[in-house]
Design a binder for this molecule. Structure first.
Ligand SMILES: [Fe+2]
Ligand SMILES: [Fe+2]
Length: 274
């Protein structure tokens, strides 16, 4: 099974790149399942229903969120009617929406997707390790799920690595999101889980985390807000992780970064290129 996970879509530049190019990427790589983190899709802050529908229409099977999940307040309402939109599972009980979902991939596989949020330099939520594990225990690999995909939305590389090794051999991949800068540590862990600390963002990298550089620099220099953060509007890089999953075990056979367009050095999963 071929899985592609794309990192945080930031603003219009990121949205346009994904919506224009995802259909061709699905065909080119014969993708079975596509997940996208959409927490910054609406002007950098949260997601709206039309934007969600645009990402799903372009070929996303599921859209995950993070600390910006409810920046657009309407998401508190529309998340309840969208099976394919997930927010972090360790929000307090009673939070609208859900943190895990079960989906059919193009090859017929049953895919469990879990979205969890780290605790270091992040809002105080429940324990992401135990919240994720209880889903995995309820519906493990080849005990209900053919593949299990975890989006761990966290700041600290230590917390992300700990989650990767905690779940190694029990899920298909643990994909880090949130920091918007891709890390170069993608690999298959010893027991068969694909892992990367951060898959990067889909957005304009001539920026600070996808935002025009002026206001971030001003705030570091003066500590006084002068304006709003505005998404950078230059050509976006599509950034994510490709995972080839063994159909028999649900574990990863190989993994590689995908980066296309914009200012980052391009790279693609060579094991999918014919
Ligand atoms: Fe983000
Ligand atoms: Fe985030």
């Amino acid at each position: 099974m071929r899985l592609l996970f794309l990192g945080d879509v930031v603003g219009r530049a990121g949205r346009q790149a994904v919506i224009e190019q995802l259909p061709a990427l699905r065909a080119r790589y014969k993708l079975d399942f596509v997940a996208i983190n959409g927490e910054n899709a609406a002007g950098g802050f949260g997601i709206t229903e039309p934007i969600l529908e645009g990402l799903l229409g372009a070929g996303a099977d599921v859209v995950t969120l993070g600390n910006h999940a409810f920046d657009q307040r309407e998401a508190l309402v529309f998340i309840e009617r969208h099976e394919r939109l997930l927010r972090p599972i360790n929000f307090p009980p009673g939070t609208p929406g859900k943190g895990a979902g079960f989906y059919k991939a193009a090859n017929g596989a049953d895919v469990l997707v879990i979205n969890a949020m780290g605790l270091i330099y992040m809002p105080e939520l429940g324990d992401p390790f135990r919240a994720t594990e209880s889903e995995v225990e309820a519906c493990g690999l080849k005990r209900g799920a053919d593949a299990i995909v975890v989006d761990f939305h966290a700041e600290a590389t230590s917390e992300k690595q700990a989650m990767g090794y905690y779940l190694d051999g029990r899920v298909s991949c643990v994909v880090g999101t949130h920091t918007h800068a891709p890390t170069a540590d993608e690999r298959v862990l010893p027991r068969g889980t694909a892992f990367v600390c951060d898959i990067g963002m889909c957005g304009d990298y001539e920026s600070v985390l996808g935002m025009d550089v002026g206001e971030p620099i001003n705030r570091f220099l003066t500590k006084i807000p002068r304006g709003r953060f505005e998404p950078a509007m230059g050509p976006a890089t599509i950034s994510g992780l490709a995972v080839e999953i063994d159909d028999a075990t649900g574990l990863a056979r190989s993994t590689a970064a995908l980066r296309l367009g914009g200012v980052l050095t391009p790279t693609e999963p060579l094991f999918w290129v014919e």
